[in-house]
Design a protein around this ligand. Structure first.
Ligand code: ADP
Ligand code: ZN
Ligand code: ZN
Length: 706
């Protein structure tokens, strides 16, 4: 078992525990700083998990289990040092290495990967390290995700624009704060294309000029390659990029490099907030409203944005939360004076010409007679617009937040729909592989030829997923070149980036996909955005369903017409009068916030109060529900001034053959979090240990559905 030493105990402690011998110590990993010990302790307390669970999140995966340390190292690159002594070193092997290195240097082949040096000359990593210590060699860890040539190419293309007046004001305020060394959080609210990323870059430059370090959080590295590239272009190999598809070994090495102080800038998804950077003085959370900042499984179920603010506070650091559509929580904190609001309401002008937000045109699908009775997802006007752009060598992005071919397969005579045998959801038809798939557990099975209920042979595919939309385009606009981007086309490492690069090079006219296409993309030639079904997602029983939909519509609309070409958005819907759609088409964030906050306040939902979700799951429905009901009684005894909803079956009642029942606590602002924790702890100990097979999951500040 791997453990973490947090302090030295006393002789007296030995009476309390049975101490085990320490078999081995991972000396390569820099020790956790006092700062991270405090931060993980805070996470454990606030999110109600074990300190060990929080500590594990702060350690690279390779370190948490003895023999699991089969890590692949990042490529170490070896070069002759500029100050290499002229005389050869003494050892024969050492001489051989230096002579070979001189040959490579003369041929301009340096730096050479360490593995190549060792393969050609023999010796071990220690031999090279020794030569480096003697001043002969220079060994550098190669960048984690791109080759050196790419980096150099990037650094050549870097341009540092003069800031627009609004950007300058933001950078000035932030730089002054960084210099002061006192804690503050800024909420940078800037419309899409207002130049937020440039503000982050220059704020980080200001920090670096004072020798300070910083962390940049992005929602998901693979979805934001353009953003990451801009940071690397500006800061080169000062940047450690962490990503979720890194192997354990890569992550281990990155963690080590950061802990050793080799990378003063860390950019990564939510887990990067726990990176072992020493004393970060600037913490940036890009797209702070994104729900991917919340971790669900395994514990700690932390929200990286909130941890970012806490880490900054504990460190006297500056924190920037940036978004075109700030979360209602952050907006409220800004209004309450906890955060300082910085606004950038306009797009950056290009060559002095103010760039406008795109025009949004509503297509009311109820009036589209020609679509009735068909499975077509594209209205004639959107179809014509796509064709027109393709002819002008401009590009279009289409959003359809549903993958697969058809979301529903249905028997036309009896209405039977295939359901996942293990989860209470219907299965989605995927055409390329001709199977039905459960999007919750991933199980697949062949589609039946006849209805298992009535033996009917007419099985219809209803509705459109991204695969069907792709097929529809191929059929109706055969000359238009289409790329599809969804979970199914991006399951392989690098495939996401490959699709974006192809699109960026103009090798396709249309990029269609799920919400992946809405994020952080900036393509000059995209002048059309089509939203296939604007209200998809609104009906989900989630307190944030409207907020999510508004954010998604605003984000994807922002992809149109970013440079000198005017942008147009076609928003297809069946409820054009819905307030969320109305606010989205007017780019009216303030109006939306006012509308949504009214409901949240009326119902004591965040940000008006806080939520804690308690989910029980088990193989037996009755036993699980009974346990949840018992717990409800205990909560009612121990937590009096808290509103309680449920237990009731979770939104998806059964997942992977486990039944789920949920209790939601609504905690008024007046009740301190510590009291809730205490009450829950008491209820937990009164409830006793869980029967085997049952699981109870506490989620503090939950996000999304269970
Ligand atoms: P946001 O992150 O707010 O959507 P970006 O930072 O991506 O906006 O900026 C949008 C575009 O404008 C990018 O192509 C960026 O390079 C460009 N840009 C940003 N700031 C400036 C500036 N001051 N002058 C010229 N171009 C800029
Ligand atoms: Zn049937
Ligand atoms: Zn399933």
């Amino acid at each position: 078992m791997a453990g973490v030493v947090i302090e030295a105990g006393t002789e007296a402690d030995l009476a309390k525990y049975k101490a085990r011998d320490i078999l081995d110590v991972d000396v390569e990993l820099p020790p956790l700083s006092a700062e991270l010990l405090h931060l993980t302790k805070w996470i454990a307390t606030y999110y109600m998990c074990a300190w060990g669970e929080a500590l594990r999140a702060a350690l690279p995966p390779g370190s948490s289990g003895g023999s699991a340390r089969s890590r692949v190292r990042t490529v170490a690159m070896v070069d002759l040092s500029d100050e290499a002594p002229f005389e050869l070193p003494r050892g024969a092997r050492q001489q051989e290495i230096i002579e070979q290195m001189r040959v490579w240097k003369a041929a301009e082949e340096t730096p050479v990967p360490q593995t190549q040096v060792l393969a050609e000359c023999g010796g071990t990593a220690a031999t090279l390290k020794r030569l480096a210590e003697m001043g002969y060699l220079h060994i550098e860890t190669e960048e984690l995700d791109r080759s050196r040539e790419d980096l150099e190419e990037l650094l050549r293309t870097v341009s540092r624009p003069d800031l627009h007046v609004r950007q300058q004001e933001a950078v000035d305020a932030i730089s002054a704060q960084i210099a002061s060394g006192a804690f503050k959080t800024f909420l940078l609210h800037g419309v899409t294309g207002s130049g937020k990323t440039e503000v982050y870059l220059q704020a980080l430059e200001a920090a670096r000029q004072e020798g300070k370090t910083g962390i940049v959080l992005v929602p998901e590295i693979s979805l934001t390659p353009q953003t990451v590239r801009r940071f690397r272009a500006r800061f080169g190999d000062e940047v450690a990029v962490l990503h979720s598809r890194m192997g354990d070994g890569e992550r281990y090495d990155a963690w080590r490099g950061i802990g050793e102080g080799r990378f003063p800038i860390v950019i990564g998804p939510r887990s990067a907030i726990l990176a072992p950077l020493k004393d970060p003085q600037l913490i940036i959370v890009d797209e702070e409203h994104e729900s991917s900042y919340k971790q669900f499984d395994p514990a700690p179920r932390y929200h990286a944005r909130d941890v970012a603010v806490i880490r900054a506070m504990k460190n006297g650091a500056t924190c920037i939360l940036g978004s075109a559509t700030p979360s209602l929580e952050s907006l409220s904190n800004a209004r309450a004076g906890k955060y300082q609001l910085l606004e950038m309401p306009e797009r950056v002008p290009i060559d002095g010409v103010p760039a406008r937000l795109p025009d949004v045109r509503v297509v009311d699908l109820r009036n589209e007679a020609s679509m009735r009775g068909t499975n077509n997802a594209l209205s004639p006007s959107l179809l014509a617009a796509i064709e027109e752009r393709a002819e002008k060598k401009e590009q279009a992005i289409l959003l359809l937040n549903r993958r697969g071919f058809a979301p529903v397969m249905e028997c036309t005579s009896c209405g039977w729909v295939p359901e996942c045998p293990d989860c209470s959801v219907s299965m989605v038809y995927h055409r390329p592989l001709n199977h039905l798939r459960c999007h919750y557990c991933g199980i697949t099975k062949p589609p039946p030829r006849t209805c298992p209920e009535c033996q009917g042979t007419e099985l219809a595919f209803l509705g459109s997923g991204t695969q069907r939309l792709e097929a529809e385009l191929a059929e109706r606009l055969p000359d238009v070149r289409v790329l599809r981007m969804d979970l199914d086309t991006t399951s392989q490492k690098g495939s996401h980036n490959a699709i974006l690069e192809q699109f960026g090079r103009g090798e396709a006219d249309v990029l269609l996909g799920t919400q992946m296409v809405a994020k952080g993309l900036d393509f000059e030639r995209v002048t059309l955005v089509g939203i296939i079904r604007a209200e998809a997602g609104l009906q989900l029983p989630d307190i944030r369903a409207e907020e999510r939909t508004f954010q998604l519509l605003t984000q994807v609309a922002g992809r149109a017409g970013r440079a000198d070409l005017a942008g147009q958005v076609y928003l297809q819907c069946v409820q054009p009068g819905h307030p969320v759609i109305q606010f989205a088409l007017r780019h009216d964030y303030a109006g939306f916030a006012k509308y949504a906050l009214e409901t949240r306040h009326a119902l004591n939902y965040p940000p008006a109060g806080r939520l804690v979700s308690i989910l029980f799951s088990g193989p037996d429905d009755d036993a699980t529900r009974t346990r949840a009901e018992q717990f409800r009684t205990l909560i009612d005894n121990h937590l009096k001034d808290v509103d309680r909803l449920g237990p009731s079956p979770a939104f998806i009642h059964r997942v992977k053959n486990r039944y789920r029942h949920q209790i939601i606590l609504k905690i008024p602002e007046s009740v301190p979090a510590s009291r809730v924790r205490e009450g829950l702890r008491k209820a937990e100990s009164a409830a006793g240990s869980l029967p085997s097979g049952l699981r109870m999951t506490i989620d503090v500040d939950p996000v999304g559905l269970s």
